[in-house]
Write a new protein. Structure first.
Length: 124
């Protein structure tokens, strides 16, 4: 996927004309050696995937196939190891400026766990 914006438990910002690839990091939720194995289908009865309000267009999510290095809010360099993040393109063309939309990420892991993370997409 293209260059992406990465932030930790987060409020992401977007305008109604932007289309941005965002990355949700799962490193802190995964055990040693555990990776994300699926972001579609079901796992132990839970529906996997990336979902949002209808005002937000969600592209096809993918598990990061390469390490992603970024600078965090404290100015520190961080790396998301292969298989520890989900990337997805989001658009808010139908969003309302000033409105925040919740984005849900539900994944299955190599240890057969189901994990969920949330982000807030703020339309500015």
């Amino acid at each position: 996927m293209a260059a992406s914006e990465v932030k930790a438990r987060q409020v992401w910002h977007i305008t109604t004309v932007e289309s941005i690839v965002y990355t949700m990091e799962f490193t802190d939720l995964l055990g040693s050696g555990e990776t994300i194995s699926a972001i579609s289908g079901t796992n132990d009865g839970a529906t996997l995937g990336v979902t949002a309000d209808a005002a937000v267009t969600v592209g096809t999510p993918s598990i990061n196939a390469g390490a992603i290095t970024y600078t965090d809010a404290d100015g520190e360099s961080r790396t998301i190891a292969i298989g520890k993040g989900v990337q997805v393109r989001l658009k808010a063309a139908s969003g309302t400026v000033g409105t925040a939309y919740e984005i849900s990420f539900v994944v299955a892991t190599s240890d057969n766990n189901t994990r969920q993370q949330f982000a807030t997409l703020q339309v500015v």
